[in-house]
Design a protein around this ligand. Structure first.
Ligand SMILES: *[C@@H]1O[C@H](CO)[C@@H](O)[C@H](O)[C@H]1NC(C)=O
Ligand SMILES: *[C@@H]1O[C@H](CO)[C@@H](O)[C@H](O)[C@H]1NC(C)=O
Length: 250
């Protein structure tokens, strides 16, 4: 008896987990949801039969790092300048609202949505790869604080976490990008800064607006030093400092 009850409870939970996607019924709820994680998705769908609804839920299951909710209240859509069914990704790192207007899509399938999510999953610290490179490139924020580190080294996560805590101070100014310097495929990025994999970890700034780059001088990578480095860039003080990879300074 008890066994049956326990089993049926388990079943209920498993089924519920499949179906529960939060419904957001007012702008406050959408705002709170968007604030609840670095990257979230909201399906602004008229109803469950709307084109893309099922695909979104299927994609959400595959990319479980990004929470998903649904908003069917049209009065709310206007607050996000939306007028038809739209899948929207909200992210904090650069305050971006990335819209996928369903009626404008020729093709809409689960894999395509998974791709959309992975490309746009730009976080306070984004690990660089061929997919995230697209999302980073498309951001309005063109200056990167680049962290070159060996992903398999002992202090990798500690370094990542302490810089992730710093990144929100520079929202809209910098994207923090982590490059795994132990990967062969990233050796060009290292070379661009005049680095070799034995030099890691190091921190640099790449400014896409001026196409200039600088390295934080060798030494402990502390939050204070990285913050000062970012601030000196913002004050325009790095313009007179020798650029990274510039052989003449070595
Ligand atoms: C939102 O509205 C739907 C439909 O009216 C309702 O089922 C749901 O419980 C509401 N959600 C919240 C959080 O109020
Ligand atoms: C990265 O770190 C691991 C673990 O310490 C080490 O075995 C490996 O050689 C390092 N890779 C490079 C390119 O330095």
């Amino acid at each position: 008896m008890l066994g049956t009850l326990f089993f049926s409870l388990l079943l209920t939970c498993a089924c519920a987990e499949d179906l529960v996607v939060p419904r957001l019924n007012d702008t406050k709820a959408v705002e709170a949801f968007a604030d609840s994680a670095e990257v979230v998705l909201v399906g602004f769908f008229e109803g469950e039969n709307s084109r893309g609804y099922k695909e979104l839920l299927a994609a959400a299951k595959k990319v479980d790092s990004v929470p998903v909710a649904i908003c069917s209240v049209k009065e709310v859509w206007a607050d996000y300048s939306l007028s038809t069914d739209t899948i929207t990704l909200f992210r904090k790192a650069d305050n971006r609202q990335e819209n996928l207007v369903v009626s404008e899509l020729k093709k809409l399938d689960t894999d395509g949505l998974v791709n959309f999510i992975m490309i746009n999953e730009v976080r306070y610290v984004t690990e660089y790869n061929q997919v995230t490179a697209v999302g980073l490139f498309e951001s309005q924020v063109k200056t990167h604080l680049v962290i070159f580190a060996n992903r398999t080294s002992k202090d990798f996560y500690e370094l990542k976490e302490k810089l992730a805590a710093l990144a929100p101070e520079f929202t809209g100014k910098f994207l923090f990008v982590l490059i795994n310097g132990a990967l062969k495929s990233n050796s060009r990025s290292l070379g661009y800064f005049g680095l070799k994999s034995k030099d890691l970890p190091r921190v640099g700034i790449y400014d896409g607006n001026s196409d200039m780059k600088w390295l934080l001088p060798e030494g402990d990578i502390t939050v204070e030093r990285v913050r000062d480095f970012c601030q000196s860039f913002l004050r325009g003080e790095l313009k007179d400092v020798a650029q990274a990879g510039d052989k003449s300074k070595d």
